[in-house]
Design a protein around this ligand. Structure first.
Ligand SMILES: Cc1cc2nc3c(=O)[nH]c(=O)nc-3n(C[C@H](O)[C@H](O)[C@H](O)COP(=O)(O)OP(=O)(O)OC[C@H]3O[C@@H](n4cnc5c(N)ncnc54)[C@H](O)[C@@H]3O)c2cc1C
Length: 617
């Protein structure tokens, strides 16, 4: 195809202004790179393809990590959220997770406004058709509109759009998501340059009109005050807050679905892509959990200026008539008017094994991949990869070392390590159980873990950094001080730190009991002091485990290590190791199919190799 070359060249091109693309573009531009964010439609920036919500278990942790590094997702949801809650608040602090319903149009508009105001960032409408590659190096993007943008690096974050195929029962048609065209040429262009492509699938429920819901048959779920995502407060007032509602499917729902299961493209074999097991469609739930009498449904408003309601829990690819019948089998939804049908979508993604820890493509220099295109699902997972890809593209342009987070530092480290080391064969979403050090990776301490990096990278300003240093210092000093003040309790002397560790006490209760000795530093700092003291034993145990593990992480595996020559290695391990080519022994140990005894065998082989005299020539 013939292209008109733009007169200026760029440092970074980001393809796709979804949740990954915008964070990538913000990061690269703020690090001083001239960045173009190229997207199919400027009217759908950061559109929420599925549920109108940000955060949730483990996802909320990622939003806070993105915020700690200097990203935008947390700030924007704080000012466009219409219901905030802390999930799992009755469980341990490691799994507490903020979640917010969004006014999805306000969210999208606010993100676009911020992109437009960012220096170095050029927002362009256009559809990437071709990755331009010269001598193995990505040099730009050619668009459907006949324009070529040239740059030193390219980030692809095209979401569910590459060869997207939408399924509603027996009908299917091309689309990137409902209402948007697919991206047709891009994955073919990637394949032409040797990138291996696979197929995945996801689905979404119907949206119904609010006036057709009988709210008297639902349970109201109000939000909670004081929950927020960002560590910064921009002083912008919150939107009015509104509740969600809960209802349930019935035996009739189940029977309707079972009677029509053969019409679901997933069951008839029409869909070949693999879907997310943990986020099943309603037909999957009915089949797989057949003993369950009912399934919970959340009725979630899509915004303040619309009457559309998202029916969370009943995503489906069944035909429309079946959707209407099963929705109307729910008492509160007897008269439901479906405004948008549920559908499933199949799309191309980049098969695992082709990116490194900086999210760079191993075979095309200067190409980075982020978001759904890497096999993940979720806005937050996408945003997390986006900021990391943006940072790393900028590092490459600026001649700096790649920025990589470890599994013990961040969920972002866990996710990227999983993508690189374990790979995905179904859409990957984050869970707290994926993190082995989850007591350290709490949502409340993401700033303490990561803000320093954001500052070093130039994404966190002096003022934000000064606030962080003050916070850290206050926590440290106060923890020590509380060990030095003693109070009489049950006829014995206890330090305030010891008293705080008792299960019946909290920082707030000690403040009331001993106002002369306990200082109120504000909820955020008080909470850190309380958690650090209460969980001191567990935290230091996890820290010493990390210290032990860092030993294996530091044993490097040579890039030319030949696993075929290692005696005693099982075949499965040999194949997996040769495919992933881990950088160190720690990474090797996390590859599925590699056992602890394989690791011992490799260690022995490494020791022997080190003893061998270097070969001449
Ligand atoms: C039907 C459906 C159901 C989903 N269900 C869930 C769910 O249950 N849970 C969940 O967590 N997530 C779900 N998601 C996924 C969620 O929407 C994505 O994980 C998330 O949006 C991915 O972010 P992203 O930035 O990678 O891509 P997207 O948000 O998809 O953004 C991609 C962007 O790239 C642009 N683009 C694509 N190709 C090109 C091109 N060639 N040139 C220029 N621009 C391009 C698009 O216009 C879009 O703006 C669902 C998505 C869909 C479509």
């Amino acid at each position: 195809m013939m292209y008109w070359n733009t007169p200026e060249t760029f440092d970074v091109i980001v393809v796709g202004a979804g949740h990954a693309g915008v964070e990538a573009a913000f990061a690269a531009a703020r690090m001083g790179c001239k960045t173009v964010l190229l997207t199919m439609s400027l009217d759908t920036v950061c559109k929420m393809s599925c549920n109108p919500a940000i955060g949730g278990t483990a996802k909320g942790h990622i939003v806070r990590e993105v915020d700690a590094l200097g990203g935008e997702m947390g700030k924007v949801i704080d000012i466009t959220g219409i219901q905030f809650r802390m999930l799992n608040a009755t469980k341990g602090p490691a799994v507490w997770a903020p979640r917010a319903q969004a006014d999805k149009v306000a969210y999208s508009n606010e993100m676009k406004r911020r992109l437009e105001k960012t220096p170095n960032l050029y927002l362009k409408q256009g559809t990437a058709e071709e990755l331009l590659v010269e001598n193995g190096q990505a040099v730009g993007i050619g668009t459907k509109e006949g324009i070529a943008y040239r740059a030193k690096t390219v980030i692809i974050s095209s979401g569910t759009f590459m060869k997207g195929l939408i399924h509603i029962g027996e009908n299917n048609f091309s689309g990137g998501r409902a209402g948007d065209p697919p991206s047709v040429g891009l994955s073919a262009s990637l394949e032409k340059h040797g990138v291996k492509i696979g197929r995945l699938k996801t689905g979404t429920p119907p949206r119904i009109h609010k006036r057709s819901i009988d709210f008297s048959l639902t349970e109201e779920q109000p939000g909670e005050p004081g929950i927020k995502f960002s560590y910064d407060d921009e002083g912008i007032p919150r939107l009015p807050q509104i509740p969600c509602h809960i209802t349930y499917t019935t035996e009739e729902t189940k029977q309707i679905i079972l009677a029509n299961i053969h019409r679901s493209p997933m069951y008839s074999g029409k869909i070949v892509g693999v879907g997310p097991r943990y986020c099943p469609s309603i037909e999957d739930k009915v089949v797989r959990f057949s003993d369950k009498e009912r399934h919970q449904i959340f009725l979630e408003p899509e915004g303040l200026h619309t009457d559309e309601v998202y029916v969370n829990g009943v995503s489906s690819s069944l035909p429309f008539d079946v959707q209407l019948a099963y929705i109307r089998s729910i008492p509160a939804l007897r008269n439901a008017e479906i405004m948008r049908p549920a559908y499933a979508i199949e799309y191309d993604y980049v098969l695992s094994g082709q990116i490194d820890f900086s999210l760079a493509c191993k075979t095309i220099d200067g190409l980075f991949l982020a978001g759904q295109v890497n096999g993940t699902t979720g806005y937050e997972e996408a945003a997390g990869q986006g900021i990391m890809a943006g940072i790393n593209a900028a590092c490459k342009v600026l001649g700096k070392k790649p920025f990589v987070l470890t599994r013990s530092e961040a969920y972002l480290g866990v996710m990227i390590d999983d993508l690189v080391t374990k790979g995905v064969d179904e859409p990957y979403r984050m869970f707290t159980s994926r993190a082995e050090h989850r007591l350290l990776l709490r949502q409340d301490n993401a700033d303490i873990r990561l803000r320093g990096y954001g500052y070093q990278l130039g994404l966190i300003n002096e003022q934000q950094h000064a606030r962080l240093l003050h916070k850290k210092e206050t926590i440290e000093k106060e923890m020590v001080r509380l060990t030095t003040i003693f109070k009489q309790f049950d006829d014995r002397g206890f330090s305030l730190a010891q008293l705080l560790c008792r299960p019946e006490n909290s920082y707030a209760s000690l403040l009331l009991q001993y106002p002369e000795s306990v200082v109120d530093h504000g909820a955020e700092i008080n909470f850190q002091i309380e958690l650090n003291l209460k969980y001191e034993g567990y935290i230091s145990r996890q820290q010493s485990e990390i210290a032990k593990l860092s030993h294996v992480e530091s044993i490097r595996l040579p890039p030319d290590f030949d696993y075929n020559k290692v005696h005693g290695l099982r075949n499965e391990a040999r194949q997996k190791l040769a495919k992933v080519m881990p950088q160190n022994l720690g990474q090797a140990s996390r590859i599925s199919g590699v056992s602890p005894s394989d690791i011992s065998v490799i260690m022995i082989a490494l020791m022997k190799r080190d003893q061998e005299p270097p070969t001449c020539g």
